[in-house]
Write a protein of this length. Structure first.
Length: 310
């Protein structure tokens, strides 16, 4: 098969492209390199079945492909809040361009949505039927509402045109190839621990996240894409085991033998207090659940960060 992967130079895009190449497919990787890196691209450019297109997903494009994975969009608060207008444009216009191409080529398309559509949830764990608790005008809304609008567009395309869609809601993912300045909690803690700086926890540290190792996530994404066309989603993919920020910090410091100290800062606006997926649908429909424990995933992530730092 020949697949288009948008956001191919990003953290998830790199891993997904590699997995598809390893399965023997051809991949067109599209990225504007606003947050994706040439270092990430280098891992796949050596494969002659990988073609890189340097382009913004908000601009129209035309390729002969057999399927589309739309992963284009900054995913960490630091990144997507730098240019909030561009973030929401990427979410909506990028989704529209991908959907229109999928419709013209009559191929399947997967949208990488996010647990952020649930906002600061009032129920836990979050099922796909939960409509969310999102501030539509807050500092995170360019991403939260951008992803929500993309989901709306996907399902309207599906209902109006019969476009073959898949919508996955991705929960916190971590692993090798994350950027040092990614801004998300795992990369923050690992870099701070390895460099001996203070571990920065925002708020009380009692807020929870559910961390899924990237290898598990990519397996779930591909399995979802390959599933029957009647399974359109949205489907949660993530690890249902919750950990507080304090627990994560302590584990990272232990695995790195770090002498860093934990310091507490003010919690940013609209930061969710709890995040945990209900993966009943993924287990039932995809026969999928994560297998890699947090401690093992962190060991692999820390090893990768050490090598790149050196």
């Amino acid at each position: 098969m020949r697949y288009l992967v948008t956001g191919a130079a990003g953290f998830l895009g790199t891993h997904l492209s590699s997995a598809l190449l390893n399965e023997g497919h051809n991949v067109i990787g599209l990225d504007n390199l606003s947050t994706g890196t040439k270092e990430n691209l280098a891992k796949n450019l050596s494969n002659d079945r990988f073609q890189f297109i340097h382009q913004d997903v908000t601009m129209p494009f035309e390729f002969d492909i057999d399927g589309i994975f739309n992963l284009a969009c900054p995913a960490s608060p630091i990144q997507y809040q730098k240019n909030p207008v561009e973030t929401i444009k990427t979410n909506f216009l990028g989704a529209l361009n991908c959907l229109d191409l999928a419709r013209r080529k009559n191929v399947k398309i997967l949208q990488s949505s996010t647990s952020e559509v649930y906002g600061d949830p009032s129920v836990s764990p979050q099922t796909e039927e939960y409509w969310g608790h999102v501030n539509p005008i807050g500092i995170r809304s360019c991403y939260d509402e951008g992803k929500r609008s993309a989901e709306t567009l996907f399902f309207d395309h599906y209902r109006e045109y019969g476009t073959k869609i898949k919508v996955v809601r991705i929960f916190n993912t971590y692993g090798p190839s994350m950027a040092f300045d990614d801004g998300r909690v795992v990369s923050n803690f690992v870099v701070q621990a390895l460099t001996g700086r203070d571990i920065t926890i925002y708020g009380t540290g009692e807020q929870t996240r559910s961390f899924c190792y990237v290898e598990d996530l990519i397996t779930g994404i591909i399995r979802f894409f390959d599933s029957d066309e009647t399974i359109v989603g949205p489907i949660n993919l993530g690890n249902p085991k919750e950990h507080t920020m304090i627990e994560l910090a302590e584990l990272v410091m232990s695995l790195t033998s770090s002498s860093s100290k934990v310091v507490f800062e003010k919690l940013p606006g609209d930061d969710p207090k709890q995040r945990c997926p209900d993966i009943t649908k993924a287990r039932k429909l995809l026969k999928w659940e994560p297998n890699i424990e947090l401690s093992e995933g962190l060991k692999r992530t820390i090893s990768d960060f050490k090598k790149r730092m050196e």
